[in-house]
Design a protein around this ligand. Structure first.
Ligand SMILES: NC(=O)c1ccc[n+]([C@@H]2O[C@H](COP(=O)([O-])OP(=O)(O)OC[C@H]3O[C@@H](n4cnc5c(N)ncnc54)[C@H](OP(=O)(O)O)[C@@H]3O)[C@@H](O)[C@H]2O)c1
Length: 289
């Protein structure tokens, strides 16, 4: 168990060699206006990582909010620069057309207006083997061309990870972003990622707020004098994951990252692990053909 005192300043090192913030703000299901406001609040609170996607339709607003913050000395009191921010986006659909994927990546870079994207993921394994491997080649070449700094995959199950790794990619994936929380622990996929040194980002780390009143979550939140959301984020961090809690509300996005003041014991971590019920909060493409 980690005794690290996690905060918004905590970073993990990716296989690409780049550093990535260990807690980031998820931007799914935020309207353009919400994304724009939430990113500003989050930057002011110390968040440095933002998880967007082509499918979320807020790359442009998130990117512009980051640029505006950096350019405004009244808000950017620490004198942060683009290099201090970590911006992720994801390819909506993998394709057997290499050129279509390259074009799509460039469109994301243009949309966010940040000059480059720190982490670009293939959003899902849908599309079949040829689309997955062709799309990965396009990500590798986008890295060579400086459009993207690190590449990764999302919703890849064990078989998809093996398929990519046996193809001997020129650049291995840095990240697999999957649903992980105490109610869906995905130990199989996490083990496959560990085997190849792939960092696991935990999406829906709050189980989409579906289990906030679960008796074990309530009991342990009382024990550690924290909120259910803080308990779940801390569980994620102590497992070495990179949680991406989403909130469009200022008080909640502040609350969700106050996780440095307590440590969940080994015994309680195990009790939380045992809550696994394979709860899928959104979609589960991990066994796509
Ligand atoms: N790669 C993928 O396929 C994929 C899929 C899903 C998600 N993701 C990424 O992961 C991020 C997080 O996942 P998610 O948004 O699905 O779920 P989540 O972060 O587990 O939960 C978000 C939900 O919890 C609520 N919430 C947030 N903080 C709370 C608090 N302190 N107390 C009570 N409720 C709280 C939010 O409502 P309010 O906003 O109203 O506070 C929202 O309804 C996404 O935003 C996205 O970036 C990726």
């Amino acid at each position: 168990m980690s005794s690290a005192n996690f905060s918004l300043a905590s970073k993990v090192k990716l296989p690409s060699g780049k550093l990535m913030p260990q807690i980031q703000l998820g931007l799914y299901l935020m309207s353009r206006r919400e994304a724009s406001t939430a990113v500003r609040w989050a930057l002011a609170a110390g968040y440095r990582g933002f998880d967007s996607a082509q499918m979320y339709r807020n790359e442009k607003e998130a990117g512009h909010a980051i640029r505006n913050f950096l350019a405004n000395p009244e808000e950017n009191t620490e004198g942060l620069t683009r290099q201090d921010i970590f911006f992720t986006s994801k390819l909506a659909s993998s394709s057997t057309s290499y050129q279509a994927v390259r074009r799509s990546i460039r469109q994301s870079v243009d949309a966010c207006g940040l000059g480059y994207i720190d982490l670009f993921l293939l959003h899902s394994p849908y599309g079949g083997r040829e689309a997955r491997l062709t799309s990965w080649r396009a990500v590798e070449d986008a890295i060579d061309d400086g459009e993207v700094k690190s590449g990764g995959i999302s919703n890849y199950g064990v078989a998809h990870i093996e398929e990519l790794m046996v193809s001997e990619p020129r650049i291995p994936p840095s990240v697999n972003q999957i649903e992980v929380h105490p109610f869906n622990t995905r130990t199989d996929i996490r083990a496959a990622c560990a085997k190849y040194g792939i960092v696991v980002e935990a999406y829906a780390p709050l189980a989409r707020a579906m289990r906030m009143k679960h008796p074990t979550i309530i009991k342990l939140s009382k024990k550690y004098s924290c909120t259910p959301a803080q308990l779940m984020v801390r569980w994620s961090l102590q497992h070495g994951l990179v949680p991406l809690p989403k909130s469009a509300k200022r008080e909640r996005l502040l609350e969700n990252v106050q996780v440095g003041g307590f440590q969940i014991s080994n015994e309680d971590m195990e009790e939380m692990d045992d809550l696994d019920e394979y709860l899928v909060t959104d979609w589960d493409p991990t066994d796509a053909p």
